[in-house]
Design a protein around this ligand. Structure first.
Ligand SMILES: Nc1nc2c(ncn2[C@@H]2O[C@H](COP(=O)(O)OP(=O)(O)OP(=O)(O)O)[C@@H](O)[C@H]2O)c(=O)[nH]1
Ligand SMILES: [Mg+2]
Length: 571
């Protein structure tokens, strides 16, 4: 219901207060139910006002229940307005309406209040705004009951401000910054009496802009001064060495002349590196007068030694003769497949090396063709020194070579008596000269290896000396089988022993071992290579023998060569 209607309805203040109490019972936050209650009360109030204006009541009923809720909220706002109005009436009766020095204005924030009380007043105003009614009552002290409509609109605006603290608190914040706010207020008081918040904020912004302009001006000033300093630089003090170079004097120099004065460029110390020094040490200038970095003065390097690749290339360039290749193929030397061995007629089911006669099913043919090797292999002596050698009663065949080349294994393969001579995959197992006899016909001697072995150097040296003494001085030594690894070829120590046997005129024969580890063609190449290297030797027994103790290939041929010794040489 509009306020002016109610004002007309109720002229008595007492009746106005009673109606306000009834309306404010619902409260602002009242829900639907409370609204209904309010509606009931409103209805009762309307009943009291029916005698005043029936036409207006009919109009309200015509609005229907749809607008009831909005009407309740309006009613609540009106109840606040009535409350404030009643408080203003009470204050007017008491005569305290001139407490603001009689300076009344339409705005709740009068100039006098802002300037007199400053931030404290505004803070209080904010607090009162939070309370709501009190703030409104203070701002409505000049409202007159005769102008209810105007006061009501003002109250509603203020109450909106009270509910939303943003505006009030914004002003309070302005009040807190007293320096700016009060300055603005004073400045505004000269021109106009009152300043609205919007105007205050505008003035503040203007003042801020002005301050900024001032600062900008100051900064400009400083910039200008900086430019002047750049234009006229002060003479720089420079430290100059005198002619002796010891004393230092300070002289004022013109920067222009300083720039013009060009000193001769300093000689930079060149770092000289030894091209062959891996430690990257600098050479002393005194010692390195010559520029070693110049390519002309680099001493010629000794030609590099033959690399492994060049050795291999040379080896692959060897073209073996057809006779050697056919020999390799006939004896199944080199790396072979099991099927190939089977197809060749070897009995692969035998645990012994495959040195049996091919295409043979007869036990007679499976026997060792050389009678001497059919005898039982017996160990009868071992010597670490030459004095421990047994008496030379039997013709001896010795097996020499580098460690792990397969000397002991070959003894077992020749006699097909595996386990008599101890073998190992670790080089250096045989450390003494071991003597084996085959009945009373032949003596097989297993020599310790030389070269790399898991033994002390002194021990290895003693082995080599013992071997050298044996092959060069042993009486009854009919043949030395120098075993060479087919894959690796002859080593310098092998050549040393060859030279020794050549000097002592000891007959020796080269035997390639472990031929099963390389291709057949390489077996032939190795044989050719060794033959060529020993072409000029006189004590060497040709041809080069090729065996494999693992597969038994070539063992039969070696057995035949060595068997002749036993046959023709009698003890
Ligand atoms: N693949 C293959 N391995 C072999 C052959 N002969 C011997 N071996 C292996 O080579 C290793 C050394 O054999 P040994 O007979 O002990 O050699 P060694 O020359 O007597 O060695 P030292 O007594 O230490 O000087 C063993 O593991 C044998 O099985 C062969 O013809 N082919
Ligand atoms: Mg051995």
């Amino acid at each position: 219901m509009p306020l002016h209607v109610r004002i007309r309805e109720k002229t008595s203040i007492a009746s106005l207060l009673s109606s306000r109490r009834n309306w404010s019972g619902g409260g602002v936050d009242g829900g639907k139910k409370s609204g209904k209650r309010e509606g009931a009360k409103t209805k009762g109030t309307r009943t009291t006002g029916r005698n005043k204006s029936e036409k207006r009541e009919e109009h309200k009923e015509a609005r229907g229940n749809a607008g009831q809720r909005r009407r309740w909220s309006d009613t609540n706002g009106q109840s606040d307005a009535k409350k404030n109005a009643s408080q203003a009436v009470r204050r007017k009766r008491k005569g305290d309406h001139d407490s603001w020095n009689g300076d009344h204005s339409d705005t709740p924030y009068s100039k006098s209040k802002l300037t007199r009380n400053g931030p404290s007043t505004m803070t209080r105003g904010k607090a009162s705004a939070r309370k709501g009614d009190r703030f409104r009552s203070e701002t409505l002290d000049e409202d007159d009951l005769h102008s209810r409509k105007r006061s009501n609109s003002m109250v509603s605006s203020v109450s909106r401000g009270g509910r939303s603290n943003s505006m009030v608190s914004g002003i309070t914040r302005e009040g807190k910054s007293q320096s700016v706010f009060s300055r603005n207020a004073e400045a505004s008081s000269k021109g106009k009496k009152f300043d609205t918040p919007a105007r205050v904020s505008r003035q503040k912004e203007a003042a801020t802009d002005a301050n900024l302009d001032d600062h900008g001006a100051e900064s400009k000033k400083s910039d200008d001064s900086g430019q002047i300093a750049e234009e006229k630089p002060r003479p720089r003090r420079t430290r100059v060495l005198d002619k002796t170079g010891k004393k230092i004097r300070v002289a004022k120099k013109d920067p222009v002349s300083d720039i013009e004065e060009t000193l001769p460029p300093k000689k930079r110390k060149r770092m000289k590196l030894d091209p062959y020094d891996t430690s990257n040490k600098r050479l002393e200038d005194s010692t390195a007068k010559q520029d070693v970095c110049s390519p002309e003065k680099i001493p010629e390097k000794s030609p590099p030694e033959e690399t492994e690749t060049s050795i291999n290339a040379k080896f692959r360039a060897i073209q073996p003769s057809s006779s050697i290749i056919s020999y390799v193929e006939d004896n199944l030397l080199g790396r072979r497949r099991l099927n190939e061995i089977k197809n060749a007629g070897y009995n692969v089911k035998l645990s012994a090396p495959l040195d049996n006669v091919p295409f043979s099913t007869s036990p007679e043919r499976e026997r060792i063709e050389e009678n001497v090797f059919r005898n039982k292999l017996e160990f009868f002596a071992a010597a670490k020194i030459s004095s421990s050698f047994p008496p030379p009663t039997l013709p001896e065949i010795a097996f020499a070579g580098v460690s792990n080349v397969g000397k002991s294994s070959l003894l077992n393969a020749l006699t097909r008596q595996w386990g008599v001579v101890r073998t190992s995959d670790k080089p250096g197992l045989t450390q003494t000269i071991n003597f084996f006899r085959l009945a009373s016909k032949l003596c097989l001697v297993d020599l310790p290896g030389y070269g790399f072995a898991y033994a002390k150097d002194e021990v290895k040296d003693s082995w080599q000396e013992l071997v050298k003494e044996y092959v060069s001085t042993r009486v009854g030594l009919e043949r030395v089988c120098l075993l060479v690894h087919t894959k690796r070829g002859m080593k310098p120590l092998d050549y040393e022993l060859v030279d020794l046997m050549e000097r002592s005129k000891t007959p020796y024969q080269i035997v390639l071992t472990k031929t099963d580890l390389v291709f057949p063609i390489d077996v032939a190449r190795r044989a050719v290579e060794i033959q060529e290297s020993l072409k000029k030797n006189k004590s060497v027994v040709r041809p080069v023998m090729m065996v494999s103790s693992k597969t038994g290939a070539g063992v039969r041929n070696l057995r035949g060569v060595l068997g002749k010794i036993a046959r023709f040489i009698k003890p």
